[in-house]
Design a protein around this ligand. Structure first.
Ligand SMILES: NC(=O)c1ccc[n+]([C@@H]2O[C@H](COP(=O)([O-])OP(=O)(O)OC[C@H]3O[C@@H](n4cnc5c(N)ncnc54)[C@H](OP(=O)(O)O)[C@@H]3O)[C@@H](O)[C@H]2O)c1
Length: 286
């Protein structure tokens, strides 16, 4: 029997540990509309029909595209749906990623998210550190957090999360505000946050790995493939099941533009891995 916890606290709600990341619904390079809007809308509706109640998005996906698709597909939203957005970046006319990290830009970004999603209040807004686009780097986030705290006081945000951050930044933020979740790059092959995940678990804070399947180039590993073949499941299902077993505070938001991949990914919640298999998979990261 699979004894892995099926839910974890995110803001005000317990959500299923398998959520959905909407970034892949935009066009190539997360820029512009999808080639097949009907398929994108189907993925979102299938996710909700399958019980997903945690969707990760941002207004800078497209830009605006994924939020507009989410609204088109799902509005009016189920009462228990938790939509999490992130702020801190913007796009240029060619799809390049730029920092939008001033308090004024963050405030405008939250307002844009609310408008495009058709919401009066965001359940969770992640402050996505743009001190470096690709890696968490140390640096003060106080002015940015103060801006989000002000939005919380205005009722536009219910909970604050952090993304692309170091343990030091998480601890500094916690002196200013409760933190609902931390969203950093982490998967079977990128395990730099092992200690942070354990510490967050001890504090009751959700950890939401982005690129849980490896991102734009999904994980490639002979060891992972061999384990999947031995269990008669797919490598991506094993990668997700490993994350679910890794720590109870991990909430998953695998991204896909495919209804078939969505179904496959959601089925990972029923896949229990024995300690021997986990030990074998742990070698992928080493
Ligand atoms: N905070 C941040 O800075 C940040 C950064 C990146 C992402 N995110 C969030 O994290 C979410 C997850 O990351 P992600 O979507 O970039 O990467 P991911 O979930 O690691 O992987 C997505 C990729 O895997 C493919 N895929 C998904 N399911 C598959 C399956 N069952 N079999 C084979 N391939 C499969 C997808 O292609 P198909 O479309 O063909 O299935 C896509 O190319 C995003 O959607 C976004 O919401 C946050």
């Amino acid at each position: 029997m699979n004894t892995i916890a099926q839910t974890y606290r995110l803001g005000d709600r317990d959500v299923g540990r398998l959520g959905y990341g909407a970034m892949q619904l935009a066009g190539p390079g997360v820029f512009g509309p999808p080639a097949d809007e009907g398929r994108a809308i189907q993925v979102l509706r299938d996710a909700i029909d399958a019980g997903v109640r945690h969707i990760d998005t941002s207004d800078f996906y497209g830009p605006h595209t994924t939020n507009q698709l989410i609204k088109k597909a799902l509005y009016p939203y189920p009462d228990d749906l938790v939509i999490v957005t992130k702020v801190g970046a913007r796009r240029d006319a060619q799809g390049g990623w730029l920092s939008a990290f001033t308090p004024q830009e963050l405030t405008r970004a939250v307002e844009d998210n609310l408008r495009h999603l058709g919401l009066e209040s965001m359940e969770v807004v992640n402050l996505r550190s743009m001190l470096d686009v690709h890696h968490p780097v140390e640096g003060a986030l106080e002015p940015q957090l103060e801006a989000l705290i002000a939005l919380k006081e205005r009722g536009l945000i219910r909970h604050i999360g952090l993304s692309n951050v170091t343990p030091t930044q998480v601890k500094a933020a916690l002196k200013m505000t409760p933190v609902a979740c931390v969203q950093n790059l982490y998967n079977l092959a990128h395990r730099q946050d092992d200690d942070l995940i354990a510490w967050l678990a001890s504090e009751g804070i959700a950890y939401v790995p982005f690129f849980p399947l490896g991102g734009f180039s999904p994980l490639q590993s002979d060891r992972l493939n061999a384990v999947a073949a031995s269990l008669n499941v797919t490598p991506m299902q094993v990668a997700l099941a490993w994350l679910l077993q890794r720590s109870p505070n991990i909430l998953l938001i695998p991204g896909t533009s495919s209804p078939e991949h969505l179904r496959e990914n959601l089925a990972a919640k029923d896949l229990a891995l024995t300690p021997d298999v986990v030990a074998e998979l742990d070698k992928v990261g080493g």
